[in-house]
Design a protein around this ligand. Structure first.
Ligand code: UDP
Ligand code: MG
Length: 313
């Protein structure tokens, strides 16, 4: 199978028939073998009925339905598990992403060898204040932290080699950082393609302001988990020891100046409080690191490594 199209959706009944028909048209014109995996993320409208109906009409359309609304990342994760195509394309259900981009994305993966290609909504048609400006900021920070030069991390339209999506896991709201997760899983050939972006035709956006708060917390989790989850002591131990030593030096200095130069009582010097604080924080961080180390040692998946290939077995 050439292509799996994964569509996470929440309350998108009006868009679905049009979207499916459009994807089918593109697939037929380009003679791709394909499947469409629609993941119904606990919709409260008739989306699931629409999917069942469409699936009877066209056997390439497959549906998975959550019992309740879990979020876009869990929906994508389930779709990733099920996908069989060589190239996997994710797309929003609201017709903002154009299926006409599929052949271009497919070629970049197949012919140019990209592990992952992310769509770039060069001309965004969303409201300027609630979306455009925050998303510029968000993209800037993510570029800095991850070192990946993408203009638009959050675009729902992305294409992957199959092995990429089979070796990453997304949960919470981490769908915004899939390129970052993929890079740290060892897939560094990441490309970008300018794509057409349409206005939302039916329904309303499913994400509010809290996307940015949650977004940054998720970025911190990703950085921490990919870098330190298996060696937490290297983070906490380093900073804890540093902080402890600074506090210790401060108190040592204060004590010496008290004893030998009998200055004022050391508690009346402001730096005294910094010294104490640094020692307490340092000891706490060190202990946190130690506990985290114990936890990660007993995690059942502590020796799971993603193996790329084997030969001669
Ligand atoms: N979505 C989902 N679960 C959710 C929220 C959103 O599956 O809890 C889907 C939604 O139906 C759409 C895609 O994720 O297909 C992107 O959502 P939306 O268009 O609302 O985001 P925006 O374009 O405003 O960033
Ligand atoms: Mg949208």
């Amino acid at each position: 199978m050439d292509i799996s199209v994964i569509i996470p959706l929440y309350n998108e009944e009006e868009s679905l028939p049009e979207l499916f028909a459009w994807i089918e048209k593109v697939m037929k014109e380009n003679h791709y073998t394909y499947e469409i995996i629609a993941v119904n993320d606990g919709s409260r409208d008739n989306s699931w009925d629409v999917i069942k109906r469409e699936s009877e009409r066209n056997p390439h359309i497959k549906g998975i339905s959550f019992q309740r609304n879990y979020g876009k990342s869990p929906a994508l994760n389930v779709g990733f598990d099920a996908a069989q195509g060589d190239v996997v394309i994710t797309m929003d259900a609201d017709l903002q992403d154009s299926p006409d981009e599929i052949p271009g994305l497919y070629k970049m993966i197949k012919e140019e060898g990209y592990h992952l290609v992310s769509g770039w909504k060069q001309k965004r048609l969303d409201p300027v204040f609630s979306k455009n400006i925050p998303s510029k900021f968000f993209n800037g920070v993510t570029r800095k932290v991850s070192g990946i030069q993408l203009n638009d991390f959050n675009c729902g339209l992305k294409a992957y080699q199959k092995k990429v999506i089979k070796s990453i896991e997304v949960y919470g709201e981490m769908h915004r950082y899939i390129p970052v997760i993929a890079k740290w899983a060892g897939f560094e050939k990441i490309g970008e393609k300018a794509v057409k972006h349409q206005e939302r035709k039916y329904g309303v956006t499913k994400f509010g302001w809290n996307r940015f708060v949650n977004g940054f917390l998720d970025l911190m989790s990703i950085v921490f988990i990919t870098k330190f989850a298996r060696r937490p002591m290297h983070l906490f131990g380093l900073w804890g020891t540093g902080s402890f030593l600074i506090g210790f030096m401060i108190l040592l200095y204060l004590s010496i100046s008290k004893i030998f130069f009998s200055q004022l009582g050391i508690a009346s010097r402001p730096i005294f409080y910094f010294g104490i604080l640094a020692i307490i924080i340092g000891a706490q961080m060190f202990l946190t690191g130690f506990l985290a180390e114990l936890v990660s040692r007993s995690a059942p998946e502590r020796n799971d490594y993603k193996i790329g290939e084997r030969v001669g077995w």
